[in-house]
Design a protein around this ligand. Structure first.
Ligand code: PEP
Length: 252
């Protein structure tokens, strides 16, 4: 299995000065472990300040979103080359808040994934079902549709540069994480779908779980061989809990 991957999604939290304080606190606590890759995704405006503080550290930088276009008359958008120059290595694409609060379609997400890859930014591609879809027994069909449309037009080499984040919408920000069994079942289905459709080696595929991960439930989640890490919202805004989760993720 690949190394564990922990991503902190700061969402719309932290001004530049607050972001600097948080990253300094994280750096003061964090002891890097070669089996864990750690990444933070601050808001756009704080990327440069955080990039400077991370420059000589093993913690990597991610953006929370990206435009599918390289440049042009797209007011308010930020392009892949802009993120690349800021030092981003990763970009979160298709987060449920982008899909459901800002109306991002599967097609738009697919275009963003292609654009990111063209500029050597590695997508963290989020998928997940809503509560009513789970209750209607549609979890697998929703996930398969999101994978099929989001990854359309990509070859298996490109897929190797993508991290999948399974984030059930009902678990994000609710304090109600999926059980290990629920997450494992969907992760296994994602792995199987990708290996079947893209002829990938299952071990190449990195699949994170996201949705109310905390320092208290991380241990149990990471015991599943199908869970390669976590995408963390609320718990990454506290340096102690974020670093604790990274420590729990370390492989023996
Ligand atoms: C997220 O924003 O992707 C997320 C998983 O948030 P939280 O950890 O707060 O549920």
């Amino acid at each position: 299995m690949p190394n564990r991957f922990i991503v902190g999604n700061w969402k719309m939290h932290n001004t530049i000065s607050q972001a600097e304080t948080l990253i300094r606190d994280i750096l003061a606590l964090y002891r890097a472990n070669p089996s864990v890759e750690l990444t933070v995704a601050p808001p756009y405006v704080a990327l440069q300040a955080v990039a400077r503080l991370l420059a000589t550290t093993p913690i990597k930088l991610s953006a929370q979103n990206v435009c599918a276009k390289d440049e042009g008359a797209f007011t308010g958008e930020v392009s892949p080359p802009m993120l690349k120059e800021l030092g981003c290595q990763y970009v979160i694409i298709g987060h449920s808040e982008r899909r459901h609060l800002f109306g991002e379609s599967d097609q738009a997400i697919n275009e963003k994934i292609h654009a990111a890859l063209r500029h050597d930014l590695r997508p963290i591609f989020c998928i997940g079902e809503r509560l009513e879809e789970r209750e209607a027994g549609q979890t697998h069909s929703v996930i398969q549709h999101q994978l099929h449309t989001g990854l359309a037009g990509l070859g298996s080499k490109a897929l190797g540069n993508i991290t999948i984040a399974y984030e059930p919408v009902w678990a994000i920000g609710t304090g109600r994480a999926a059980t290990v069994e629920q997450a494992t079942e969907v992760h296994a289905a994602i792995r199987s779908f990708l290996t079947t459709h893209w002829e990938l080696n299952a071990e190449q595929i990195r699949i994170l779980y996201g949705g109310s991960v905390t320092a208290d439930n991380a241990q149990a989640l990471f015991q599943s061989p199908h869970i390669n890490g976590a995408l963390i919202g609320k718990a990454c805004l506290n340096s102690e809990s974020f670093v604790k989760i990274a420590e729990i993720a370390a492989l023996d």
